[in-house]
Structure formats: structure tokens, C-alpha cells
Unconditional design. Structure first.
Lengths: 381, 332
């Protein structure tokens, strides 16, 4: 295969392809419904095509005409894993459009919840990755580590999923952090840091696992940029891009943007492991330097606003929300999840892999097809 | 041999089979409850569930005819598997040794080979719904490669079974020939007699190497992690066994438990000189070895990812070389 022109060749219809192995939309290796057509020769994937659309709910369409508060809470239902980041970004659109000042204490708590969510998303990713690798023991252990994060999110938001923390102007009162909660957060971070570090050490020193993940599902930096991938999938190819660097909410915090050079499954897994440790660092900073004051600014008035955009760094990459306000109601809502851009990378990462590794190559891009499905509009053919 | 002797021998054979069956239904439970679940820090299923209660449950499930070009043959293969496993056990019992060629390594290897081939038949004869066309056109205008023939996931596992027949079974056959080389005979009676005189093969260098090779071969034959490419969850899911339901699924479960017992009994016969015999206390050694093999297999599988052929080939090659070294050592 011509390495310099891999994308063109991957999509070419002229190459000899022995057979197609269709998988999905229901498959044991996929935690979400999607269909992948693998075009193979002697069990080696020559091309791949991913189709989504079986779980469409059209959240954007439902949001049209709803009062902005209701529409915001609806965005939380887009994704079970990263519900908070959808809600936060949707709230950010309203706050930007209505020029609302959010209290500093609320910003800090929003960061804590966002980073906890990143932790649980990355740990889920690692657990699922190990499951697809066939390493059930590591998968189970990662799920146990994740329990700590879920418990902390439940402590703050009252739920293990869909915590509903941000509201326009600040936070829900339930999410206020007192000393006892801060102490529990710190204890949780100590535990997580220890367990994640131990796992990482054990993981990288296992020759069998390294043999399975090194050089598998490789995505080159140039291709990742050409395919407009984002988030850890992009950073695993060596591109140092993290929207948190541009978000003013993250200005008070020190953290590293983690990158790896390989672009393969190993790099993707390691980026998430190391990012998890950075999230622990951010949460500690936020919890220990939590400013005093209110958590909600209620002194704002509803007014009409043109289409306003907001981008945030979701656990899986760049998340986009935009809508306009008209009589307090949402108009022209658009949501774009990171997976919509990463699907191209998934299709591409499969090429050249053994079929068993193809699912791993898809999983390495951390797909969230269900969020993507719910947000996009299906064009009937 | 008098009629009484024949009756005693027949009773011993039937009794040993019953013991084998009773022990084998607990082995999958030991594997999953006491090893996998403990290592993975979870409660796990009841010990009787995987090997005993599940087959009983499946016997009472509604029979579903699979999507197969030859459904009767496809459904009968697990039963054939059980019959072959029983034959494997019978030929290593001392009561069958007077039948000479029937109780020899040739018969053993032949039956093991049939056991392997069955997976290929299963995969080739199954066409599950998982690879069928979608109810909506997924090869739409603009789709990639619309005219490519489709393959079912079970066909993939059939091809993999074919590869395993070609190279994956090397370790177990090489290991089987270590005691043959030491006893200078292919007859099981001679191999057992040799060990009664000279001590177990296992207590020699070539025996230890052979035992390691046998264990790897045992795991490959049982398609256990990390050698379970035949039924990888990431792509072919259950592979050849995917479409088995109701009583046919029960046969699959029974067959697996029985095969663990039988293979460990083959090990006892070839490497310890202790064939399964109800009329001797040594049957306890066979039972103990079945549990030891189960535990060892479970520990290895709990800490391994699935091997693709990239890892499979070097491991099989390395283990085969070790086996050949064991055979060479047996001549020294």
C-alpha cells in the first residue's frame, strides 16, 4: 500500500477485495449500535465503511421551540457518558448569548464535574478497549476503578449518570460543595491516582498486551488532521491541540496537554491514561482553591439573541453547540459531537488490520455513535 | 477372558464414563467461579451453573432451527463431538488395551483430529442473522464496493478452524509423541507399562518439557484464551458455536466439560502412566489432574488478551520447537 496516499487508496473502488464481512448493528464487541462493513483479503481489512443512524432521536429537532431551560436539560439526554459536557456547552451558549456572568465558584465546580466526567469516560474507554482485546480481567478492574468516579459524581449531582449540574447563570443548588464533600473528593483523587498509576504500570509491562496494541490501527498525524479528528484521538497522533487551553474557565488551572506519537491503539490508550492523571490534577486544584461566594447568578433577563456558538473539549474531542433565542425559546439548534469527525478516522484506522483488530481500531477512536445519531439529521434516500 | 471378566471390564468402563461425566459437569463452574471470578474480584456464577444447570436449562428450551444449509448435520455435530470425546476416554482405559491398535496413539491422534475438524464443519454450516443484509438498503448510492460478495462471521471462524487444523494442533501432537519416544511404542499398554517400571515420564526432563507443550496444546484444542481466535468476541463472537440453541447448546456445554476431563486423563495416561480406571484408587489422580488443568487454564486465560495470528504463529512455533526438543531429549 502506498503510505503517502493511504486515504485515496482506502476509498478506491479499483482494488481487488475478496469478500465483505458485515458486522452490526448488534454485535458483542460494540457497546453501541453501528454497522461496519469490512472489505477483506485473507482476513486483512482493505477498506471499511461505518454506517450509523439506527438510534436516531433528533434531539436538535425536539429542542426547536422549547424554552431555553428545558432545551438545555434535553441536551443532557444526548449522551449517557458525557451528559454533563452537553448540558454545560448548551448552557454556555445561553450564557454567551445573554451575556451572563457566572460566579467563579460555580465555574470551579463545573470544572470539577467536567473533569470527573472525563475520568469516568476515559476509564470506560480503557475498560471497553481491554474487553475488545479479550482481557476481561483488566476490563473488570478498570470498571472497579471507575466506581470511585461514579460515586463522586453521584455525591455532587445526586445521580451516577446525568447529574444535571449546570444551569443558566451557575449551578443547581444540589451541586454546592461543602468541606465534607471536598474532603471526599480529595480522598477519591488520591485513590484514583494510585489505582490508575498501578494499572498503567501493569498494562505497559505486559508483553502480550503490548504485542496486540503496538502498531495496530495506526492513524498518521497528517491523516488525522485531514480527517478533522479531534480530542484524544488527534492528540494520540502527536498533535498538541486541546480546547481546554482556549477556554477561559480553565485559565486558573495548570495541566499538561498529553500527546503520543504513534497514532495506534497503544498511543490512544496511553493518552487516555495520562489524561486521566491530568484530570485528577485539575480536580485537586479546583477543590483545594475553591473561591467563596454564590454558585448562581440570577440577575439576568431573557432577550432575543442571534445564533450563538460554543465549543468545549468533551472527553472524546471537540463538541459544538449553537442556537438562537427568540422569545425565550430555542431556534436553529445544532449539535455536533466529536464522533461525527472521528468516524472517518475509525474507518481509516481499520485498513491494514486483521479483522480481530478492526473492532479495536474502531474502539481506539472512542466512538459515541449514539450521541452522534441523536444529534444528526437523517436524509431519507 | 471369561464372561465374568468381560462383565467386570464393561462395568468398569461404564462406571469410569459415569465418573468422568459427573466430574466434568463441575469443571466449567470451578473455572468460572473459583478462578475467573476471584481474579476479577466479582462473585461469579454458582459453581453448578456453567456445567450442570445451564445444560439442564437448555434441554428444556424451545428448539430453534438455525439458518444453515444443512440444519440436521449442523445440529448433530455437538453430539458427534460428545461421542468422539467418549471414544477418546474409552480407548485410554486399561480394559480396552487388549484391543491393541484401537488403544494406540494412532487412534488417539485420529480422534483428536476429528474433534478439531468438527469446528470447521460447524463454522461452514452456520449462517447467522448477524451477517445478513439489513432491513434497509445499507449498500446505497455512494457506498463503498457495492458488488463485493458477503461472508458470514461463521465462515471466518471456519477458515480459522482450517488454519488451526493446519498448524494450531502441532503442540499437542508433538507432546503426545514424547512418551511414545520414551517407551518406543505406540501402544498405550506399552506406554503405561514402561512408566510402571521406569517411573512417570513427567519426572524426566523431556517429560517436563512435553507437559508444558501438552498444556499449551490442551488450551489451543479447547479454544481457551488467549488461543480462542476461533471464537473471538471482537469479531466472530461465538464463531462456530454461534447458532446453537436449546438442547444443541447443552451438548456444546457438556462436550467442553467432558473434553477437559478426557484431555487431562490422556495426560495422566501418557505422562504419569495412570489411565482412568474405576477399579483402581488411581482414578482419584485423574480427577485431581482434571481440576489442576482447569485451574491452570483458568489462571492463564484470566491474564491474557486474545491472540491474533500475529501472536499465534510465533507461540505455536516456539512451543512446537520446545516439543521437538523434548522428543530429542527423550532419546538421550
Amino acid at each position: 500500500m502506498d503510505e503517502d496516499n493511504k486515504i485515496t487508496i482506502g476509498n478506491s473502488k479499483n482494488q481487488i477485495i475478496e469478500t465483505e464481512v458485515p458486522m452490526g448493528t448488534v454485535h458483542s464487541a460494540a457497546i453501541e449500535p453501528y454497522r461496519i462493513r469490512l472489505f477483506v483479503e485473507d482476513e486483512i481489512v482493505k477498506d471499511a465503511e461505518i454506517t450509523i443512524g439506527v438510534n436516531h432521536r433528533g434531539v436538535e429537532r425536539i429542542m426547536e421551540g422549547l424554552p431555553v431551560e428545558k432545551a438545555n436539560s434535553l441536551t443532557e439526554k444526548i449522551c449517557g457518558i458525557c451528559s454533563n459536557i452537553h448540558l454545560w456547552n448548551s448552557v454556555l451558549v445561553a450564557e454567551k448569548a445573554l451575556e451572563i456572568e457566572v460566579p467563579e465558584r460555580a465555574q470551579y465546580i463545573r470544572i470539577i464535574v467536567a473533569e470527573l466526567e472525563r475520568l469516568q469516560s476515559h476509564l470506560l474507554y480503557l475498560a471497553h478497549g481491554n474487553e475488545v482485546l479479550g482481557h476481561e480481567t483488566f476490563s473488570m478492574r478498570l470498571f472497579y476503578i471507575r466506581e470511585t468516579v461514579s460515586d463522586l459524581l453521584c455525591m455532587i449531582g445526586g445521580n451516577r449518570v446525568q447529574y444535571g449540574v449546570p444551569v443558566i447563570g451557575g449551578l443547581r443548588p444540589r451541586a454546592e460543595l461543602d468541606q465534607m464533600r471536598i474532603q471526599k473528593l480529595n480522598e477519591g483523587m488520591d485513590l484514583l491516582e494510585e489505582k490508575i498509576s498501578n494499572f498503567a504500570q501493569r498494562f505497559v509491562s505486559d508483553p502480550m498486551i503490548m504485542s496486540r496494541i503496538t502498531g495496530v490501527g495506526t492513524l498518521r498525524k497528517e491523516d488525522a488532521l485531514k480527517l478533522a479528528t479531534s480530542g484524544p484521538t488527534l492528540r494520540a497522533t502527536g498533535v498538541e491541540v486541546d480546547l481546554r487551553r482556549d477556554m477561559k474557565e480553565y485559565d486558573p488551572f495548570e495541566f499538561e496537554v498529553i500527546t503520543q506519537d504513534g497514532g495506534d491503539v497503544k498511543s490512544n490508550l496511553l493518552v487516555r491514561v495520562l489524561e486521566s492523571l491530568e484530570s485528577v490534577k485539575i480536580i485537586r486544584q479546583a477543590a483545594n482553591h475553591l473561591p467563596e461566594g454564590n454558585i448562581t447568578n440570577r440577575s439576568w433577563d431573557m432577550q432575543d439573541a442571534p445564533i450563538t456558538k460554543s465549543y468545549v473539549e468533551a472527553p472524546r474531542g471537540k463538541l459544538y453547540h449553537s442556537y438562537a433565542l427568540e422569545d425565550g425559546r430555542v431556534r436553529h439548534s445544532i449539535v455536533r459531537t466529536p464522533s461525527i469527525a472521528n468516524i472517518g478516522a475509525m474507518q481509516y484506522a481499520c485498513i491494514g488490520c486483521h479483522i480481530t483488530d478492526a473492532q479495536l481500531a474502531v474502539v481506539q477512536c472512542d466512538p459515541c455513535f449514539t450521541c452522534t445519531d441523536r444529534a444528526i439529521q437523517i436524509i431519507r434516500l | 477372558m471369561t464372561i465374568v471378566d468381560s462383565l467386570i471390564a464393561l462395568t468398569a468402563v461404564i462406571g469410569t464414563l459415569i465418573v468422568a461425566f459427573v466430574v466434568s459437569v463441575w469443571l466449567p463452574g470451578v473455572e468460572r467461579k473459583f478462578i475467573h471470578a476471584r481474579i476479577q474480584q466479582r462473585i461469579g456464577p454458582p459453581i453448578s451453573s456453567p456445567g450442570l444447570m445451564s445444560p439442564i436449562k437448555f434441554f428444556f428450551k424451545e428448539i430453534i432451527n438455525p439458518n444453515s444449509p444443512m440444519p440436521r448435520l449442523y445440529n448433530s455435530i455437538p453430539l458427534i463431538g460428545i461421542i468422539i470425546t467418549i471414544f477418546l476416554l474409552i480407548i485410554i482405559m486399561p480394559q480396552l488395551y487388549p484391543l491393541a491398535a484401537f488403544a494406540s496413539i494412532i487412534a488417539l491422534v485420529g480422534l483428536l483430529k476429528v474433534e478439531e475438524i468438527l469446528y470447521m464443519f460447524m463454522g461452514a454450516l452456520s449462517k447467522s442473522v448477524l451477517s445478513l443484509k439489513m432491513p434497509f438498503p445499507d449498500v446505497v448510492k455512494g457506498a463503498k464496493h457495492p458488488d463485493v460478495p458477503r461472508s458470514f462471521v461463521e465462515e471466518l471462524s471456519a477458515m480459522r478452524a482450517f488454519r488451526l487444523i493446519a498448524f494450531g494442533s502441532f503442540p499437542i501432537y508433538i507432546a503426545i509423541f514424547v512418551p511414545v519416544a520414551m517407551a518406543s511404542s505406540i501402544f498405550l499398554s506399552d506406554i503405561v507399562s514402561y512408566q510402571q517400571v521406569h517411573g512417570p515420564v513427567l519426572f524426566s526432563l523431556s517429560g517436563i518439557l512435553g507437559a508444558i507443550v501438552f498444556f499449551i496444546g490442551f488450551m489451543i484444542l479447547l479454544n481457551e484464551y488467549p488461543f480462542s481466535i476461533l471464537k473471538t468476541k471482537a469479531d466472530v463472537i461465538e464463531g462456530p458455536l454461534l447458532e446453537y440453541a436449546s438442547k444443541y447448546r447443552a451438548y456444546v456445554y457438556i462436550s467442553r466439560g467432558l473434553l477437559i476431563f478426557v484431555l487431562s486423563s490422556i495426560f495422566c495416561t501418557l505422562f504419569l502412566g495412570i489411565p482412568p480406571n474405576l477399579l483402581s484408587w488411581t482414578i482419584l489422580v485423574n480427577i485431581l489432574m482434571a481440576f489442576i488443568f482447569t485451574i491452570l487454564m483458568a489462571v492463564v486465560s484470566a491474564f491474557s488478551p486474545i491472540f491474533t495470528f500475529k501472536q499465534f504463529y510465533p507461540v505455536v512455533a516456539g512451543v512446537s520447537v520446545l516439543g521437538i526438543l523434548a522428543i530429542i531429549a527423550s532419546f538421550l
